[in-house]
Design a protein around this ligand. Structure first.
Ligand SMILES: Nc1ncnc2c1ncn2[C@@H]1O[C@H](COP(=O)(O)OP(=O)(O)OP(=O)(O)O)[C@@H](O)[C@H]1O
Ligand SMILES: [Mg+2]
Length: 249
């Protein structure tokens, strides 16, 4: 569902993504991990067409994002790292706007929008301006927006940030249900526990390159180490020696 071949993205003379190859299968939940500045958001922006790759090829749902841009974009929904929503729209107006953009039928929207508000416990806020929403409420509204048009591929950049525990659990269950129905989920996260519980495979990126990729068992064998994802992550990214950093305290 997502095919990335030789992706390179340079800013000035520095490569933020430096030769990435990756395939994500239909119905798979893929977790994209890596330290700050590794190139995760840059990859997400290239997949979703917000940035033009310096080199390489990306296909989403079989459509080349460079030549079949519109079809590729129509096949996916993006939840970016900052939940930007026009502040002067109400929540309901925002969802109608998203629905119209993606060609959702009016009748479907009339039924679906109240259901989504109910699911995210935003019903009392539907008529309020987005500028009055908290960070977590905006995040939930953006999630409701992508669920409204029900794309084949969901690309999410740290979707759990700012969500309270109940909403976090809800979103995890939504992802599992969507994946069961065949939706492909590509998710950047720093929450290793979520990645471990939710993702079929994870990729660990560092300095623009994929350091390791696979199921937890595959990563354990690549790292020649047992233990949970946190142990493996720290061992692979060299973070295990982090105690040395504390000498500055
Ligand atoms: N517009 C830009 N111009 C110049 N450099 C950029 C730009 N966007 C990103 N970078 C650089 O690209 C590298 C990768 O950044 P990116 O945002 O992709 O990291 P990330 O893995 O998402 O990190 P985080 O975990 O902090 O979100 C960083 O060195 C960053 O400074
Ligand atoms: Mg990022």
């Amino acid at each position: 569902m997502i095919e990335i071949e030789g992706l390179v993205k340079r800013f000035a003379n520095r490569a933020a993504v430096d030769g990435l190859d990756l395939k994500v299968e239909p119905g798979e939940i893929f977790g994209f991990l890596g330290p700050n500045g590794a190139g995760k958001t840059t990859t997400v922006k290239c997949i979703t067409g917000l940035l033009k790759p310096t080199a390489g090829r990306i296909r989403v749902a079989g459509f080349d994002t460079a030549t079949r841009t519109l079809e590729a974009k129509r096949s996916m929904g993006l939840v970016p790292d900052e939940p930007f929503v026009y502040p002067k729209l109400t929540g309901a107006e925002y969802l109608r706007f998203v629905g119209e953009l993606y060609g959702v039928k009016l009748d479907d929207m009339r039924k679906r929008i109240p259901e989504l508000f109910e699911m995210f416990e935003l019903t009392p806020w539907g008529g309020e301006l987005v500028e009055s929403y908290s960070h977590g409420m905006r995040q939930k509204l953006v999630l409701a927006g992508v669920l409204l048009h029900d794309p084949k591929v969901l690309v999410l950049d740290e979707p759990m940030v700012g969500l309270d525990p109940k909403s976090g659990r809800l979103v995890k269950d939504i992802f599992l249900k969507l994946a069961e129905r065949g939706t492909t989920i590509f998710m950047c996260t720093h929450v290793l526990e979520i990645a471990e519980k939710l993702c079929d495979r994870v990729g660990i990126m560092i300095d623009g390159r994929m350091l390791a990729c696979g199921s937890l068992a595959e990563l354990q064998s690549q790292a020649r180490k047992q233990g949970d994802l946190e142990d493996i992550f720290l061992s692979l990214t060299g973070g295990a020696e982090y105690s040395a950093l504390l000498r500055h305290l």
